[in-house]
Design a protein around this ligand. Structure first.
Ligand SMILES: *Cc1c(COP(=O)(O)O)cnc(C)c1O
Length: 482
């Protein structure tokens, strides 16, 4: 594993790979960055990649691919039906999770669409540790509602709980009793729980939830998009798995679930997705939807080249040297920021470093979107693009009022094996500067607000001229430098 300990006692987050293909990136001057942010409606989703220095928006579809993945892409078997590529991918997945059936889909939300169409009816409820944006949207679109049962500790920004993504078993039992099992569409566990800071779920918790679901006859669905970060923490933080192979752990997870689905934009470092199940009835039902919405059963909307890359990427994602780089870089950045008194989600999870905007911008009311404002300010200060994970990422309630998020987080995601340690240090340095000038950051308000998934393409504007003030302070402190 790559977290090298030196005699001085310092851990060096050492990269266990070398870079043999590179992409040049640009660092624009601060005035230009401010202008770009303004043109993007203060929504980091609307920035252009060319204007960004370090893109930490997401780990979706932007992970570094290995030489073996590229090599596999050259051998893809291009055919509409019955492609060899599909059978190779299917075999890898069936082995990995120990499940009988595999259905391809073009990305994670497409799987959610198919699962929601299959299991959600108007009035039904999906119980889950925590929602993901697209998951919730698909369930609600079918007339269902979601209920979140994650342990209370998940909402404490600073915590020592090693598995903040765990489902609260008492809450689960209570919810089943309250709703009655007929009303429950399914229970869902999300690995590496995205919106609470990439926080893992323990195997022990998965077993407990699975036992209850089996006893009650409720389907258990596992979102494996962020599986690799979760596996890393299962091995690191769960004593009984310390010496268990990642392949064995994944098989065990598969044995506990009725459905496993994933975004291969994350898991497998390619672009695509898929659903696994051993349940014949569920399989036959979902299978009818795949050609309708995705493509024929042996490609599901994916290119065969991506499927080949995915098959190799999935196998490589059961290697601790491969999957540990993201969590150890997350930890390195979190530790640098914590040392400066900057509030981040702890313990550090997978996926990215999550800054608590409620504390960072404690002077900005939640109705003025502190996490969105911080995302804009970080881009102006550094050229680093993060993602708002707070109230902007929520939907308004039916009566049009604002649904204030549980947490206001700025996520700085680490695409897998893309950045270097000096880039991590640059980020920490600029955020430290911003922290000492945080009183300059102001709130945001919507200028254009779409009804569904507004965070993707909504446009906002600053309250006052705080971006200009931030630029002036930057010039004062950094002189001529970018
Ligand atoms: C990204 C993600 C999804 C959706 O996957 P897409 O490929 O982006 O559609 C679902 N669940 C989780 C946990 C994710 O991180």
């Amino acid at each position: 594993m790559s977290n090298l300990k030196l005699f001085s006692g310092e851990n060096i987050p050492l990269e266990m790979h070398k870079v043999r293909m590179v992409q040049k990136i640009n660092l624009l001057p601060v005035e230009k960055r401010s202008q770009c942010m303004s043109e993007a409606g203060f929504n980091t989703f609307l920035l252009k990649n060319l204007d960004i220095f370090l893109d930490m928006l997401t780990d979706s579809g932007v992970n570094a691919m290995s030489e073996n993945q590229y090599a596999a892409m050259l051998q893809a078997d291009d055919s509409y039906a019955g492609s060899e590529t599909f059978y190779r991918l299917e075999k890898v997945l069936n082995d990995m999770f120990g499940m009988k059936h595999f259905l391809p889909a073009h990305q994670g939300r497409a799987c959610e669409h198919i699962i929601a169409q299959t299991l959600v009816k108007p009035g039904s409820v999906a119980l889950m540790n925590y929602h993901f944006t697209t998951t919730k949207a698909h369930i609600c679109r079918m007339g269902g509602v979601i209920e979140e049962l994650v342990i209370d500790e998940a909402f404490k920004i600073q915590s020592n709980e090693p598995f903040k993504g765990n489902m609260d078993i008492n809450k689960l039992n209570e919810a089943i009793k309250r709703h009655g099992k007929e009303k429950i569409a399914f229970v869902r566990i999300e690995a590496g729980t995205n919106l609470i800071g990439g926080q893992p779920v323990s195997l022990r918790n998965m077993r407990e939830v699975s036992n209850i679901c089996r006893k009650e006859g409720i389907k258990l669905v596992f979102d494996a998009s962020l599986l690799t970060d979760n596996l890393y923490f299962n091995k690191l933080r769960e004593a009984e798995y310390k010496n268990v192979d990642l392949f064995e752990i994944t098989r065990e997870i598969g044995s506990l679930m009725d459905i496993v689905y994933f975004s291969a934009r994350k898991l497998g470092a390619a672009r695509g997705g898929g659903i696994l199940t051993s349940d014949d009835k569920l399989f036959f039902f979902m299978r009818e939807l795949v050609p309708l919405f995705e493509g024929f059963l042996t490609y599901g909307g994916m290119s065969v080249r991506e499927m080949e890359a995915m098959a190799v990427g999935l196998q490589e994602s059961l290697d601790m040297d491969v999957i540990s780089q993201t969590p150890i870089f997350v930890e390195a950045l979190c530790n640098e920021l914590l040392a400066k008194g900057i509030p981040v989600v702890t313990p550090p999870g997978g996926l990215g470093c999550h800054i608590d905007a409620k504390q960072f911008c404690s002077h900005i009311p939640q109705s003025e979107y502190p996490a969105g404002a911080l995302a804009a300010a970080v881009f102006i200060a550094s050229g680093v693009r993060g993602m708002e994970r707070g109230t902007i990422s929520e939907q308004r309630l039916d009566d049009g009022s604002e649904h204030l998020a549980d947490m206001e987080l700025l996520r700085l995601a680490f695409p897998k094996r893309v950045f270097t340690l000096s880039q991590v240090k640059y980020i920490a340095d600029r955020i430290t500067w911003l922290f000492s000038n945080r009183s300059l950051i102001g709130g945001l308000e919507f200028a254009e607000e779409p009804k569904v998934l507004r965070f993707f393409f909504g446009r906002l504007k600053p309250k006052g001229d705080w971006p200009q003030q931030l630029v002036r302070q930057f010039r004062k402190d950094f002189g001529e430098s970018l």
